[in-house]
Design a protein around this ligand. Structure first.
Ligand code: HEM
Length: 415
């Protein structure tokens, strides 16, 4: 497949619902035009960067390649709408992924320690309990369910709620938050938010999180919400806007991404029964299997950067002010880095995948994500006698966070 027509597809949400097309188009770019000037209709143009080494080169230079003002690809129409609502340069939600220094480093530092493996070990038992509940709920469906909707989706949301310190009673509210503020571009799953406009949604959540901050300032607990509520930025208590942005980022960044890896990882295991059998027989392979699932699925399709100075990359000049689209799924299939990149191998080592990004903004929650995915499969696999697809799986149409819309399965699970 050539590279003509790639521009329209790179931006098109529907393109990403067909994983084999994604592999073909990105593979052609990687070979023929790895730093590709991309001008899709209805979007401001950008460079699409598809090589593993180039994604790393850009990620490791956050001063030269900023996350603001264009961290995520949106149509020119959507960008104009947001600008009309919140003005230029303002962020409706102050999310760390859209912020550069001088604020990014200290904001990130507020929770860095909390997300390190040593500190997370204290959460292991609670996460294992949630994994067991998820598998029990699956067993309770009686042998047939939509694995994506019924199992992979609720579990990571519960993990996020538990680390933030929010009880089960907030599950509905937080689910709505993910759906309304970061609703998928897929027409089939897009919710009708007529009754509650977007702006009203933000006001509602601001109120919810302001109450949370007040509560945790008054009575700090052993949870992430208390760390955020009582943090400072440049010597001042975190503003409500910053605290809200923090809670929302954690809640949303940790949800769909992990659900998507669990569903896509399960699908890969079903499609590679030998690998599934190996993993059941040798649980010691779990850490490398989890990383292979992350590489295989690569839930985040892209993040973007904006150059602060002219920069030369593979003979192309990225001009100051131009934008770069980091195509993580392509980096994770780069033949120069991965031996047989299109093979799913649960013992792949080394596995320097870019599913968590690279550099200054590399995923803060990566150890938690790994822990949570491993806990789930460690609970499921020993109890699973058989499982097979019971219909075609379907992917959400989105150019940002990949998800599975449907994954009907039949199974037999020991209680
Ligand atoms: C499979 C699961 C996950 C994947 C694939 C994933 C992927 C990513 C990627 C690619 C970035 C880089 C953004 C950039 O470079 O601009 C990122 C950042 C981030 N992730 Fe994750 N993530 C996952 C799970 C989580 C979890 C569980 C949490 C927390 C509960 C989390 C919190 C964050 C935060 C706070 C950032 C922003 C870091 C910064 O801007 O400095 N992520 N993630």
């Amino acid at each position: 497949m050539g590279t003509s027509g790639a521009a329209a597809r790179i931006a098109d949400p529907a393109f990403y619902a067909r994983p084999s097309d994604v592999d073909a188009v990105l593979g052609a770019l990687r070979h023929d035009d790895p730093v590709h000037w991309t001008e899709p209709d209805g979007y401001r143009p950008f460079w699409t960067v598809t090589k593993h080494a180039d994604i790393k080169e850009i990620g490791r230079q956050p001063d030269l390649f900023l996350s603001a003002p264009r961290a995520v690809l949106m149509s020119a129409g959507a960008e104009a709408e947001i600008k009309a609502r919140v003005g230029d340069g303002n962020l409706l939600i102050r999310s760390m992924v859209r912020i550069d220094d001088p604020d990014h480093t200290p904001l990130r530092a507020i929770t860095t320690k909390w997300f390190q493996p040593g500190a997370l070990a204290r959460r292991q038992a609670a996460i294992e309990t949630l994994a067991r509940e998820a598998v029990n709920a699956m067993a309770a469906t009686g042998g047939a369910c939509d694995f994506a909707r019924d199992v992979a989706n609720p579990y990571p949301l519960r993990v996020v709620l538990s680390i933030l310190g929010l009880g089960r009673e907030h599950e509905g509210t937080m689910l709505r938050l993910t759906q309304e503020l970061f609703g998928p571009q897929d027409p089939e799953t897009k919710r009708d938010v007529d009754a509650l406009t977007f702006a009203e949604t933000v006001v509602e959540f601001d109120r919810f999180f302001a109450a949370l901050t007040a509560e945790r300032r008054e009575t700090p607990q052993d949870d992430l919400a208390s760390v955020i509520a009582n943090a400072t930025l440049h010597g001042q208590p975190l503003s409500q806007h910053d605290a809200n942005g923090y809670y929302i980022t954690i809640a949303t960044a940790g949800h769909d991404t992990t659900s998507s890896t669990i569903a896509g990882g399960m699908l890969a295991l079903l499609q590679h029964p030998d690998e599934l059998a190996r993993l059941r027989n040798d649980p010691g392979l779990m850490p490398s299997a989890v990383d292979e699932m992350l590489r295989w699925v690569t839930p985040i399709r892209h993040f973007m950067r904006t150059a602060t100075a002219d920069y030369s990359l593979r003979g192309r000049t990225i001009r100051a002010g131009q934008h770069v689209f980091l195509a993580y799924p392509s980096g994770n299939r780069d033949e120069e880095v991965f031996d047989e990149p299109f093979a799913f191998r649960i013992d792949r080592r080394p596995n320097a995948h870019l599913a968590f990004g690279f550099g200054g903004h590399v995923c803060l929650g990566m150890s938690l994500a790994r822990m949570e995915i491993a806990a789930f499969f460690r609970e499921l696999l020993p109890r699973l006698d058989r499982m097979e697809l019971d219909g075609d799986p379907a992917w959400v149409a989105t150019n940002f966070v990949q998800g599975m819309k449907r994954m009907p399965v039949r199974f037999s699970l020991r209680s």
